[in-house]
Design a protein around this ligand. Structure first.
Ligand code: AMP
Ligand code: MG
Length: 877
């Protein structure tokens, strides 16, 4: 650059600074490199075309501008007096059309990668490829820092005016434009103190960006990728027309309507009711003379904060948003970096990950009709932003909605769904502007159907009228000699087990225990433990497992809370058990007495609605609560296990879990309800990995259910008998699937809270899993729903709380009606008036393949204007 060729030097606008900064830091990835591509049809006069471009460039300082940042105190833009427009031409007429298209794609890609040397003017270039005698591909590339979308329309208009004039041999009739420098001067006069005050006020209490957690979105480092793609839809002319009337009626712009829809979508997706996103504003100050014909970069991106009122009519809300946006536009000169600094979002954390761009310059329409003997076809602009998600819309008969997204973070099918959700939200707004914002639908009918019905097709036969011990009794009839329980080398057959359980049941009946009662059970691992469980069930009572190792305080509490009048235990445990008033029955010391009872069934009628057990869980805070689980859910579970794991008379199932965890229920009835053998071992053996492995080997265990943390410390190989491994109780890693899911063995990930009868969903892992296994789909006769904080279904890919319905749902918490009502809620989805759902408090989302992914626990915290309030137990609600 020579001094003589310099026309002017002046500072950058803040937006220019940002773009130049990003481009310098990420060379070669095409950031802020904008491409316009179209097909020119007609007899193009290339010479006139070149002259027209040159004249337009000569007219506008921005098109002759480059940047300097080395050896200067402050980055500057330098306007050159004259530059030549780089225009390359090539003849592609020999290529077939498909090949031309392919080459065009390559050209665009390569051209984008090439980017610009920001210190060399001009920051625009043109490429013409002749593809037919009367057709050219035109690619016009420029750096965004010198030109915005509005300017594009001006340049195009002037370009064709000049072209037409040159063709006719006339001088183009254009007035001298205003220079971009006058805008820079205007910027320098603006009141930054007032802006600061405004933004501090506007953004107060907003401390972190609205998460884009759908689709695994937030899990990657932001802005490190250059792989952008786009999806687009157009609304129908009817819907567009209706939206325009809605906008007119409430005196809002279409831009506001689109922003409102985006804010709503963000809120529904993130579960937040106070969201922030960016919006691009034209940035052309009305007070600047001829501002509408200036070429340069005027646009700015500003934060838009929307609060989602629960009970405000849509129309009123739109008006409110419009008011806010008008306020914001008074400060549209504020540099985004400064706004960020004035906000409470920490430096280094982006304020927002998504922006809305409403292109208020109808480029297509204007440009198409500019030239008399040239037509413009297939007009396309390719633009990359710095944001993971950009929503682009524009005026039109059919409102366009486009999403530009970081393809490393978002899947294309999620983006297609997202656009449909925007459409549904917009359609909801026009269908009834008086309805409340919170009740606007988000899902398409097909999606709703899929989430409610399609993914819950679990109806399946099971012995509906049976109790769980009747299932076992059926095996007693069928094969009384088959081994029911193995313990330390002894084997107890189904017949013998049944006789002993009958005796205990009759003994308990004699003590006054009957149907509907609760009996505490504190017995160490062994045959007597199983006898104890069955004995209690057979008399029609529910057992409450009390771990012999529990602290006295907890035992006392559980006994009192459950109202158990009888404790079934063993002599050495009875000595220290704080039983209080309860009657103690020792299955060992008292057996001589018990054995006097008859060996036949006590004949108490027990049905699916009767309670089978009450298991206490502590929850995160507060007192332990007893979950009341019925026979029906248990019988259903046993059948589901038979089908899923193929349990039968040859199966050997390890009893790993202690009785006080419901995983023990899963193991015990999986074996005994399906005619298999339950392998019981002493507690100490299970606590050591080598010994546990020894047990699996020596006992020839075929089916084992273990927490991932145990699987992690256990050797997986050389267990030829082991056919089925179920990981359960906590999140399972891919590494475990790979290690344990060897050929000839099936590996499952099973999920479920105690409140849904041990298991709610399962997933059978494949041999080639690429990610941590999902928790799968609901088990037979259970249903699952993923909902937001207001119990609305969330779409596939969006995190929400898992709610479980169906036959496994527990009766509730013993003697805790408030807590029960808070966690077990009416099921609005099944259509069955009495149906209830259990809110698990687990955060999940649907993968695209319909399997549920476990994301963690929901922390029951409520955000109130920047303060976090712990709710702890929901009971407090
Ligand atoms: P509990 O009610 O004591 O059986 O605990 C159930 C809880 O354990 C669930 O609500 C989950 O938070 C967690 N959990 C159980 N199974 C799984 C699993 N397969 N993956 C992840 N978390 C699990
Ligand atoms: Mg459990």
């Amino acid at each position: 650059m020579t001094k003589r060729n310099i026309e002017a030097m002046y500072p950058l606008s803040p937006m220019q600074q940002g773009m130049v900064f990003h481009s310098l830091h990420r060379p070669g990835c095409g950031v802020y490199c904008v491409q316009f591509h179209c097909t020119l049809r007609g007899s193009l006069d290339v010479n006139a075309f070149r002259m027209a471009w040159q004249l337009v460039v000569d007219r506008h300082a921005s098109l002759r501008t480059a940047f300097v940042w080395k050896r200067v105190e402050q980055m500057l833009q330098v306007v050159h007096r004259s530059v030549e427009v780089p225009l390359t031409r090539e003849d592609w007429r020999d290529y077939r059309p498909a090949e031309q298209e392919e080459r065009l794609d390559q050209l665009l890609e390569q051209d984008r990668r090439e980017g610009f040397n920001l210190s060399k003017a001009p920051l625009i270039r043109l490429t013409l490829k002749q593809v037919a005698d009367d057709a050219y591909f035109l690619v016009w590339t420029n750096h965004h820092a010198v030109l915005d979308g509005w300017s594009l329309a001006i340049v195009m208009k002037e370009l064709f005016a000049c072209y037409e004039a040159f063709r006719r041999g006339e001088e183009p009739p254009l007035e001298k434009p205003e220079s971009y420098q006058s805008y820079i001067r205007w910027l320098q006069r603006q009141d930054m103190e007032r802006a600061e005050e405004f933004w501090r006020q506007t953004l107060r209490g907003f401390t972190e960006p609205t998460p884009l957690t759908f689709d695994g979105g937030s899990m990657r480092a932001p802005s490190m990728s250059d792989h952008y793609e786009e999806s687009a839809i157009e609304l129908s002319t009817t819907l567009t027309g209706d939206l325009e009337s809605l906008a007119r009626q409430h005196r809002v712009t279409m831009n506001t309507v689109v922003q409102a829809a985006w804010g709503l979508l963000l809120s529904r997706y993130s579960g937040e009711d106070d969201v922030l996103f960016g919006a691009t504003v034209a940035g052309r100050p009305a007070e600047l003379p001829s501002v509408e014909t200036m070429v340069g970069l005027f646009i700015n991106t500003l934060p838009v904060r929307l609060r989602l009122p629960r009970d405000m009519p849509v129309g009123e809300w739109l008006t409110q948003i419009q008011g806010r946006f008008t306020e914001i536009c008074n400060f549209e000169y504020s540099p985004l970096v400064h706004i960020h600094g004035w906000s409470e979002v920490p430096r280094g954390v982006p304020m927002f990950d998504s922006i809305v761009v409403f292109e208020n310059y109808p480029v297509d329409e204007r440009v198409r009709s500019l030239s008399s003997d040239l037509t413009i076809e297939r007009f396309r602009a390719i633009e990359q932003t710095n944001y993971p998600l950009t929503i682009v819309s524009a005026p039109g008969e059919r409102l366009p909605l486009k999403v530009l997204y970081d393809a490393d973070r978002f899947a294309s099918n999620s983006m297609d769904r997202l656009l449909q959700h925007l459409r549904v939200l917009l359609a909801g707004m026009v269908s009834d502007p008086t309805q409340h914002v919170a009740t606007l639908p988000l899902l398409t009918n097909e999606e709703r159907e899929q989430l409610v019905v399609g993914l819950n097709h679990t109806e399946s036969d099971y012995p509906r009228e049976r109790s769980v011990h009747e299932l076992i009794e059926a095996w007693v009839e069928e094969e009384p000699g088959a081994v029911a329980v193995r313990f330390e080398g002894t084997e107890v057959g189904y017949g013998e087990l049944d006789r002993r359980a009958n005796q205990l049941a009759r003994y308990l009946a004699r003590l006054g225990v009957g149907r509907g009662d609760v009996v505490a059970l504190s017995v160490e691992r062994g045959v007597e433990m199983v006898v104890g469980v069955l004995g209690v069930l057979k008399v029609g009572a529910a057992y409450v497992p009390v771990d012999p190792g529990y602290p006295a305080e907890r035992v006392r509490y559980m006994l009192a809370d459950s109202g158990a009048a009888v404790v079934v235990t063993q002599a050495r445990l009875a000595e220290t058990l704080p039983v209080g008033e309860a009657r103690v029955v020792c299955v060992d010391a008292d057996w001589a007495e018990i054995a006097k009872e008859a060996e036949s069934k006590p004949g108490v009628a027990v049905g699916p609605e009767d309670v089978a057990y009450v298991i206490y869980t502590s929850g995160s805070t507060g007192r332990p609560k007893g979950t009341v689980v019925r026979h029906g859910g248990l019988v259903n579970l046993v059948e589901a296990q038979r089908v899923a794991f193929g349990i039968g008379s040859g199966s050997r199932v390890l009893q790993f879990a202690p009785l006080s965890f419901d995983a023990s229920v899963w193991e015990m009835f999986m074996a005994l309800g399906n005619g298999g053998t339950l392998c019981v071992v002493r507690q100490e053996v299970l606590a050591s990995a080598p010994e546990l492995r020894g047990v699996l080997q020596a006992e020839g265990v075929t089916t084992v259910t273990l927490p991932p943390s145990v699987l992690a410390v256990l050797e997986a190989g050389e267990l030829p008998a082991l056919q089925t491994v179920v990981a359960a109780g906590e999140a399972c890693s891919l590494e475990l699937v790979r290690r344990w899911g060897v050929a000839g063995r099936q590996f499952f990930n099973a999920y479920g809270p105690t409140e849904t009868t041990v298991c709610a969903s399962m997933y059978r892992c494949r041999g080639d899993e690429m990610a941590a296994p999902p928790i799968g789909r609901p088990v037979a006769n259970l249903r699952v729903y993923v909902v937001d904080g207001q119990q609305r279904l969330v779409p596939v890919g969006v995190p929400g709380e898992l709610c479980v319905g169906g036959v496994g749902v527990a009766q509730g918490y013993l003697r805790r009606p408030a807590l029960t009502a808070a966690k077990f809620i009416p099921d609005p989805f099944s259509g069955d008036a009495g149906a209830r759902l259990y809110r698990t408090g687990d955060r999940v989302r649907y993968r695209a393949d319909g399997n549920l992914e476990f994301l963690g626990r929901i922390d029951h915290q409520v955000k109130v204007r920047g303060f976090r309030i712990e709710l702890g137990e929901i009971e407090a609600v």
